[in-house]
Write a protein that binds this ligand. Structure first.
Ligand code: SF4
Length: 439
C-alpha cells in the first residue's frame, strides 16, 4: 500500500517551526511521505499561532486552501490557537481534528488511521493547559539554512496583553545534556547556524518546576560545541539579559552579536499597565551595555502600539525613547485584544485607525534605524552565511550582526560562510557585497 502523503503548514514563531519540523520527522519515521502543501496530500497538519486576531483568521484561510487543494484530505490543527479555542476551530468547516499543547506531539498515535468522518464533528483532544507539563524536544532541520533549536517552553510571566502562558503553559526547559547532545548531532550535519528558541528563552533552566540552570550556563556550554559556526539567541527579555551574558557573548567563539529584546513600550506608565518586569531605564541601560561591549552589535526591539490608555503624549514618549536609543530595527505590533487577558478588560481603548497610524510611524522609524545601522558597516568586511534560495539570479544571506546582504547567485556559496566586503545599500534596503574571498 502506498505511503500516505502528509503536508505541513506553520503559522507564527520560530518555536512553532521547530515543533512542526520535529512532528514531520516523526511522520516520516512512521513511513508517511512528506509532501508540499499544494501536492494533494492525504493529511494536512496546520500548526497555528494566536498572538493576534489576525493569526486566528489566517488559520481559517489555510484550512479553506487545504480543502480546495485536496477535498478528501484529513485536516488536523495544532498549536497555540488550537489550545486556546479548540471548540471554535472544531466548528470551522473542513477541520477533522484539533489537538492541544499536551497532545500535539502524540498526534500520530492519537489520530491513528486519519480516516475522515465528514458527517461527524471534529475530534477535539485538548486538555487543560496545566496538563502541558512535559518538555517536548524540538528542532527544525532541512527546511532552512539555520536550525531553530527549542531549549525552553511556556512562561511564568503574566504580561497583561499576552495569551501565550494560556496557550503554552508554565515555563519549563530541556535538560542541558539533552540540548548539548542535540547540538552535537546538528554539528555533524551541514547546518552552520543554530537559533536558540523558546517562549521566554532567557528563563531557561526550570526543570520540573525547579531552577536547575541559568540561561548563562547554557550559553557557556553551547559555546564549547565543536562544529557549530554560529549560535543566535532568538529573543530575550530585558530583565533576563544580564551583564554576564552580554560580556560572554562579546568574547564568545560562536554567539552572534545580535540581541532581539522585547521592549513593548517606552512609557513607564504603559509598561506598568502591561505588567512588564522592568522600566524603560533598565532597557536603555541594557542597550548601552551591549553597545559598550560590542559597538557593532545588532539590537532588535519588539514594541506594541495602541495599548489601552496610550494617549498621544504617551505614544510620543515611546517614539522619542526609541528614536534616542542606539538600536537597529523594530518589530511593531498594533495592540490586539486577546480573550482572557487583563488588558482586554481595560477601558480607554485606542481606536484601530490610531493604532495603525502609530504603527506606520514606527515602521518608518525602524527603516531609518536599520539604514543607519547598515551604513555604519559599509566598506567593512563581514562573514556572511549565504542562504539556499535563488531569487531571480540573486541570493541573500546574513552577517553575524544580522545585516541582510544580496549577491549574484552562486551554487557554490549555498550554506557557506564567506568573508565579503559590504559595499552599498540597494533600493530594496539590502547590502550589496563584493565577490566573496575564497580562502
Ligand atoms: S514574557 Fe510576557 S509577553 Fe512574553 S510570553 Fe511571557 S507573558 Fe507573554
Amino acid at each position: 500500500m502506498a505511503a500516505k502523503k502528509v503536508a505541513f503548514y506553520t503559522l507564527g514563531c520560530k518555536l512553532n517551526f521547530s515543533e512542526t519540523s520535529t512532528i514531520a520527522r516523526r511522520f516520516e519515521e512512521r513511513g508517511f511521505e512528506r509532501v508540499d502543501f499544494q501536492e494533494k496530500p492525504d493529511i494536512f497538519v496546520i500548526n497555528t499561532c494566536s498572538v493576534t486576531e489576525n493569526a486566528d483568521k489566517k488559520c481559517r484561510k489555510v484550512v479553506q486552501e487545504a480543502r480546495k487543494i485536496s477535498p478528501n484530505a484529513y485536516v488536523a490543527i495544532i498549536g497555540c490557537y488550537a489550545q486556546l479555542k479548540p471548540k471554535e476551530i472544531a466548528e470551522i468547516e473542513g477541520v477533522d481534528a484539533v489537538l492541544g499543547a499536551a497532545e500535539k506531539f502524540q498526534l500520530i498515535d492519537l489520530l491513528g488511521t486519519f480516516e475522515r468522518k465528514p458527517e461527524a464533528h471534529a475530534t477535539v483532544l485538548a486538555s487543560e493547559i496545566r496538563e502541558a507539563k512535559n518538555f517536548e524536544e524540538a528542532f527544525s532541520y532541512g527546511d532552512r539554512t539555520r536550525t531553530f533549536l527549542k531549549v525552553q517552553d511556556g512562561c511564568d510571566y503574566s504580561c497583561s496583553f499576552c495569551t501565550i502562558p494560556l496557550a503554552r503553559g508554565a515555563s519549563r526547559s530541556n535538560e542541558m545534556e539533552n540540548i548539548l547532545a542535540t547540538a552535537r548531532k546538528i554539528a555533524q550535519t551541514e547546518v552552520k547556524e543554530i537559533v536558540l528558541t523558546g517562549v521566554n528563552t532567557g528563563d531557561y533552566g526550570l526543570i520540573n518546576g525547579e531552577r536547575k540552570y541559568r540561561f548563562y550556563d547554557l550559553v557557556k556550554a553551547l559555546d564549547e560545541v565543536e562544529g557549530i559556526e554560529r549560535i543566535r539567541i532568538s529573543s530575550i527579555e530585558p530583565n533576563l539579559l544580564t551583564d554576564e551574558i552580554i560580556e560572554y557573548v562579546a568574547h564568545s567563539q560562536r554567539f552572534a552579536p545580535h540581541f532581539h529584546v522585547p521592549l513593548q513600550s517606552g512609557s513607564n506608565e504603559i509598561l506598568k499597565k502591561m505588567r512588564r518586569r522592568y522600566l524603560r531605564e533598565l532597557y536603555a541601560e541594557r542597550v548601552a551595555k551591549i553597545k559598550s561591549e560590542m559597538p557593532h552589535a545588532c539590537i532588535g526591539v519588539d514594541v506594541i502600539v495602541g495599548f489601552p490608555s496610550e494617549t498621544e503624549e504617551l505614544f510620543l514618549e515611546t517614539y522619542n525613547f526609541l528614536n534616542e536609543l542606539d538600536i537597529s530595527y523594530l518589530h511593531v505590533f498594533p495592540y490586539s485584544e486577546r480573550n482572557n487577558t487583563l488588558a482586554s478588560e481595560m477601558t480607554d481603548s485606542v481606536p484601530l485607525k490610531k493604532r495603525q497610524e502609530r504603527s506606520k510611524m514606527l515602521h518608518i522609524l525602524s527603516e531609518k534605524k536599520r539604514r543607519y545601522f547598515y551604513e555604519q558597516h559599509l566598506g567593512k568586511e563581514a562573514k556572511v552565511l549565504f542562504e539556499q534560495e535563488h531569487k531571480g539570479g540573486m541570493m541573500e544571506g546574513f552577517t553575524e550582526n544580522y545585516i541582510r546582504i544580496t549577491a549574484k547567485y552562486d551554487p557554490l556559496l549555498v550554506n557557506e560562510i564567506k568573508t565579503v566586503q559590504l559595499l552599498e545599500i540597494n533600493a530594496n534596503g539590502l547590502v550589496e557585497v563584493c565577490e566573496p574571498v575564497w580562502v
